[in-house]
Structures are given as structure tokens and as C-alpha cells.
Design a protein around this ligand. Structure first.
Ligand SMILES: [Zn+2]
Length: 417
């Protein structure tokens, strides 16, 4: 499959609810891949009348076509990103993953003064707290945050089902996102083989590249114009294997040097991280929801239970059948409820528990270079295929050893010169 970045312009306000509560539900900023896929599948059925082989290829076969979420920015902050509690990233932005890795080795032995850059804003001494949202890369390695200033609340009159006129004393509010003055409002991607991509392009052309997503579409909400950018090979967008080694070396250097000075870090070991920028759905062999990617990847080291986790030296080593051993080091992750609507059945989808967007896991591999090569092949396959359920709705996309954790390992300000 190849990756086609897509952008969207809002033609009308868009209403995306956080959950099914109709009267008091906050809104979210992204259109889920599920909704993008659903909108296109709906158009396909309107034009073709029934689900044929091509329909299956486009919307059911995750090896020929996948739909990512449409987000207000090209990139999502990982769960490890933190910013100044008072002034956000204009004061400070820091990624805490490498610091958390050190914490697992030190287990409470780091001195408070050595930790301040990951805990306190260097400008105003306020605490740092987790930073959510979307960003884009700017020139000179700069980072621009996507503003969240287009939320709008409208009051609507309820419609009486019997008379089809305004219902007496029923008013409700509806939160929505307004179109901006920018050329692009939303950013996403499609992963597709050549045949599926051609079919999607034809379908979109029939509709003038307009699709309709979100709630209250009958009231004029949710019209968006889609633009397909240049298709690229998938690997160009993932972190490259030649950089994974560098990432590992930089992390061991960071751990063993000031101010954290973690003792006994072996720079021969290979550290890597798995990030899930679009979230993921993992189930174990009993189909129970899990936060651990090892539930679905047999070669990956399982996360330790808290009783076995400290000290890290006593943490169980996961022996690989191809030689070498792997240890789970740290993870920043959480469950999120996943809700949806099944338009075909006219019923709510079954609720599921997903791994939140931006979750990150760190592992350490110990073994010879030949043994490591087998692991690298596993990682290459993983970054190409993703992992978990509902991958054709954009879940389970993996970034290996994301450069973000290196770039923002120390405190950074967006207004620096
Ligand atoms: Zn501050």
C-alpha cells in the first residue's frame, strides 16, 4: 500500500460529539477514521446500489485500503508531552519519555533539583502538565501548535415528530467547529494499493470531492471538501531503520549523562519505542481489551506487573526464539472508550476500549548484532502493517523511535529566536 495525505476544508460547521448523550455532549476536534470510511462507503452504495467485490476491497479489506482520522493538524502530541500549566507551549514544552525511562532505572533516587526541567516551567516556575492537541512542523525545526479557537455553540429548536414543526419549549445547544480562514482545516491520510486508490478517486470525483461527516447532517452540518495530495511510498512517512540506532545511542547518552546520571547504562543495548499516534485496539487471546501491545505481538516483551517491575534489574527478560532478550522499560498509556454508530443497522456500535492516541512504550534489547537484525525485521514489518484491530479505520498505526522524544527531551520554548 501507498500513503496519500489528504486535507479537508470545512464547507459548513462540523459537529463531532464525544459520546452519545444527545443533550450535553462536548465535542471533539478530530473526525475518526471510522467516520471517514463510513462517509465514503455510504457514497459508494449510493452510486453502485450494492456492496460488490470492489466495495469489500475499499472498505473491508485492511490489506488494500485504510482510512486515517482527519485531525486539525498534521501531528498529534504524544501522551508524554508536557507544557506550562499557565501559559502552555509559549512558556515551555518538554517531552517526558526519556526522563520517565531514567525514573524506571532510578526508582525514586533522582534528586529533586535534577528533575526540575521536566517538572517545572523554567520561565514562571509553574508546574508542567500533560499537553494534548495537534501541531505542525515549521521552518528551522520549529513547532507550531494548531489553535483551538473555532468552537461554537448554537441553540436549536427541537422538532416535534408528529407535526414536523417546532416543538414547544424544547431547545438544545449544539457544539460545533466553524470553518477557518485557512486553506486547510483538517489533515489525514489514506493508505491504499493502486487499484483501491483509483477507485476512491473516481468515487470522490463523482461527488465533487465533497463528503459529509459528523452529527446533524440533516441540519446542514458536516459538509467537507477533500483534497488528495501526492501519493508517496509508505516508508517515507515512518521513522527510518537507520535512525533507530541513532535514537538508541542518543537515549543511552542522555541517561548516563548529567543531570540524571543513571549508573550502569550499557550503550551496546538497543533501545526502541513504539508510539501509537492514532490509538490502537489490543485484545489478548481471551479477547479481553489490553493496554499491552505484546498481547498481539508474540516477539515483544510483555509489560511487567507492578510487583515485578522494580528494581528494573530484576524485571523478567523476554527471551526471543531468534536469540537475544528483550525487556520492557516504560510505558505512558491509557484506555479510552471508543463509541460509534452503525449506519447500516441504525444502531449504536458496540463500545470498545482502545489504547489512547499518543501512547508510547519503550523496550530494551540485549543481544548480538545478528540477533538484533531479526528484531529490526520485526520492527520493519510492524511499521508497515501496524498492529491490532480495526486497522482499516486508522487504528494501530505505529511509529518506531519517534524523533519527537529526542527533539524535546529538554525544555523548549516556541518563541525562542
Ligand atoms: Zn510558565
Amino acid at each position: 500500500m501507498k500513503r496519500t495525505p489528504i486535507t479537508a476544508k470545512l464547507l459548513a460547521p462540523i459537529a463531532l460529539k464525544r459520546d452519545r448523550q444527545s443533550d450535553r455532549s462536548g465535542s471533539v476536534r478530530s473526525v475518526a477514521g471510522t467516520a471517514v470510511r463510513g462517509a465514503l462507503a455510504f457514497l459508494y452504495l449510493q452510486h453502485h446500489g450494492h456492496a460488490d467485490g470492489l466495495f469489500n476491497r475499499l472498505f473491508l479489506n485492511e490489506n488494500s485500503c485504510r482510512f486515517g482520522p482527519l485531525d486539525p493538524g498534521p501531528k498529534h502530541f504524544p501522551l508524554t508531552a508536557a507544557s506550562c500549566k499557565r501559559e502552555g507551549i509559549t512558556h515551555a514544552l518538554v517531552d517526558q519519555l526519556w526522563y520517565r525511562t531514567a525514573q524506571h532505572y532510578m526508582a525514586g533516587l533522582v534528586e529533586e533539583s535534577a528533575e526540575s526541567t521536566w517538572r517545572q516551567c523554567e520561565q514562571c516556575s509553574a508546574d508542567l502538565k500533560g499537553h494534548d492537541g495537534f501541531w505542525e512542523e515549521k521552518e528551522n525545526n520549529n513547532l507550531g501548535e494548531m489553535k483551538n479557537d473555532r468552537q461554537h455553540v448554537a441553540a436549536h429548536v427541537g422538532i416535534d415528530r408528529q407535526t414536523a414543526t417546532a416543538a414547544e419549549s424544547i431547545l438544545y445547544t449544539l457544539e460545533s467547529t466553524l470553518p477557518s480562514n485557512e486553506k486547510k482545516d483538517l489533515y489525514g491520510w489514506i493508505l491504499a494499493d493502486d487499484q483501491a486508490l483509483e477507485a476512491l478517486k473516481e468515487l470522490l470525483k463523482l461527488e465533487d470531492y465533497r463528503i459529509s461527516v459528523g452529527h446533524h447532517r440533516t441540519r446542514g452540518y458536516g459538509d467537507i471538501h477533500i483534497q488528495l495530495d501526492k501519493t508517496v511510498e509508505q516508508v517515507d512517512f515512518e521513522s527510518r531503520p537507520e535512525n533507530w540506532d541513532l535514537w538508541s545511542q542518543r537515549l543511552t547518552g542522555f541517561l548516563s549523562s548529567q543531570p540524571l546520571s543513571v549508573p550502569d547504562i550499557n550503550s551496546e543495548h538497543f533501545y526502541f519505542s513504539l508510539s501509537f499516534p492514532t490509538g490502537a485496539l489490543f485484545v489478548d487471546k481471551f479477547l479481553r481489551y489490553s493496554l499491552d501491545p505484546a498481547a498481539m505481538l508474540s516477539w515483544l516483551s510483555p509489560m511487567s506487573s507492578i510487583d515485578d517491575a522494580f528494581p528494573i534489574q530484576s524485571r523478567p527478560l523476554h527471551q526471543l526464539s531468534s536469540g537475544g532478550a528483550m525487556q520492557w522499560v516504560t510505558a505512558v498509556t491509557k484506555h479510552e472508550p471508543l463509541r460509534g454508530w452503525n449506519a447500516a443497522h441504525g444502531l449504536p456500535r458496540q463500545d470498545e476500549w482502545s489504547v489512547a492516541r499518543g501512547s508510547v512504550y519503550v523496550y530494551c534489547f540485549q543481544g548480538t548484532l545478528e540477533q538484533r537484525e531479526v528484531l529490526i525485521q520485526h520492527l520493519k514489518t510492524l511499521s508497515k502493517d501496524g498492529v491490532g484491530l480495526r486497522r482499516n479505520e486508522g487504528f494501530g498505526t505505529v511509529v518506531i523511535s519517534d524523533d519527537f522524544h529526542y527533539q524535546f527531551r529538554n525544555q523548549w520554548r516556541s518563541n525562542r529566536d
